[in-house]
Design a protein around this ligand. Structure first.
Ligand SMILES: *Cc1c(COP(=O)(O)O)cnc(C)c1O
Length: 388
């Protein structure tokens, strides 16, 4: 099925099977709608899929970043290195966990943090690195983990875009320290809102299991069930970041569909890459040289304003006027008022991120997008540039 000309085509759209919808209905009818057996099953499925020994389902990836960072027990002045080319949650959670975000510019080609610049940002106060796998292209993790080992740093991968991504034949989540996945509706699989932390660190997993649900000991979510203990203890002041069974009902059907979603995303991305290869208006994303399989969360080229004779925002408005949605992922995080005011960041601090920030645009890409839908997007762009 395709979108018609007079229908608005969004830049992203979740793909929910009838089985997933029926599972939500069964969950609602079961009488157990919050954290319970479906969350347990989704966590088991996530462990199997990622190969991580521990997987904790949560209300969002933001919650996952928060809890993983909070578990580091940062002291005032402790630093966490990350990328300016990310969603605000990456920096916000560092600040909320008591850390100072220290930014390192990205590479022009992949928009991922430039590993060759990370070491010079490490100080005696550095505690962790939070790399972001932008658009589902993996960060160069071997040199990153080598640096982390050399300096005794934790690595919390913001893998919000990267469920299903492979780096040198290994799935993100199957190796390394800790990964945080997002299941927001725009992401590669969705549970409505939702997220998960995968880790190989048993202590961190235990810490998150506690802090995600009030700091209650044991399986307190089950305290109203037949097998649950009536009483609980509070071992730490915790948050309310648990995932509901209603959400997990979607997740247990989304995960087996992920391979097919990524195949379709890859086909569409290849089609964009081939079709737009010679257009002077676009600078297309370039794959890093190391072996990897991207999850193609986004297709986000840079608009060349000189050749297009317009800026990115005007281009987006022209697309919208043609009933086609596009999006910006992301404006460089250091230039948001809070980060400028609090840490003194200024334009010019991270030139690659700033150029990307001004020019990047996410074109429509989602598994149910038809070839005809994509032709409509390409036709609209060619019309816009022909008139400019
Ligand atoms: C979506 C996203 C998040 C936050 O995910 P939520 O599940 O919405 O909390 C964090 N980091 C990046 C890079 C994201 O794209």
């Amino acid at each position: 099925m395709s979108y018609s000309q007079d229908e608005f085509m969004p830049f992203s759209r979740p793909t929910l099977s009838e089985e997933a919808i029926a599972e939500v209905v069964s969950c609602l009818r079961s009488g157990w709608i919050t954290t319970g057996p479906r969350v347990k099953r989704f966590e088991d499925d996530l462990k199997t899929y990622t190969g991580a020994p521990f997987a904790l389902a949560l209300s969002s990836a933001t919650a996952g970043l928060h809890l993983a960072l909070a578990a580091l027990r940062l002291n005032p002045g402790d630093e966490v290195i990350t990328s300016p080319m990310t969603f605000a949650a990456t920096l916000n959670t560092i600040v909320i966990a008591g850390g100072r975000p220290v930014l390192v510019d990205v590479e022009a080609a992949s928009y991922n943090i430039d590993i060759s610049r990370v070491e010079s940002a490490i100080t005696p106060r550095t505690r962790a690195i939070v790399p972001v796998h932008f658009a589902g292209v993996p960060v160069d993790l071997d040199p990153l983990y080598a640096l982390a080992a050399k300096h005794g740093l934790r690595v919390i991968e913001d893998a919000a875009h990267a469920i299903g991504t492979e780096y040198k034949g290994r799935r993100i989540g199957s190796f390394g320290d800790t990964q945080v996945f997002s299941f927001h509706p725009n992401k590669n699989i969705t549970t409505g809102e939702g997220g998960a932390v995968a880790t190989r660190d048993e202590k961190l997993a235990a810490d998150i299991a506690l802090t995600r649900f009030h700091g209650m000991d044991r399986e307190a979510w089950n305290r109203f069930g037949k097998t649950g203990a009536a009483h609980y203890e509070i071992i730490a002041p915790g948050f309310k970041y648990n995932m509901m069974d209603i959400q997990a009902a979607l997740g247990i059907h989304q995960l087996p569909a992920l391979a097919g979603f990524i195949r379709r995303r890859t086909d569409l991305a290849q089609r964009y890459l081939t079709t737009l290869a010679d257009w002077p208006q676009w600078q297309l994303p370039k794959a890093p040289a190391y072996a990897h399989l991207p999850a193609w969360h986004l297709f986000a080229p840079l608009l060349n304003p000189a050749a297009a004779k317009m800026d990115r925002d005007r281009f987006m408005a022209e697309m919208k006027a043609r009933n086609i949605g596009t999006a910006v992922h992301y404006r460089a995080a250091h230039l948001y008022p809070y980060y400028r005011d609090r840490y003194g960041y200024q334009p010019g601090d991270f030139p690659y991120a700033e150029t990307i920030s001004e020019r990047i645009v996410s074109l429509p890409l989602f598994p149910t997008m038809s070839d005809a839908d994509q032709d409509r997007v390409i036709g609209a762009m060619s019309d816009i540039f022909a008139r400019s």
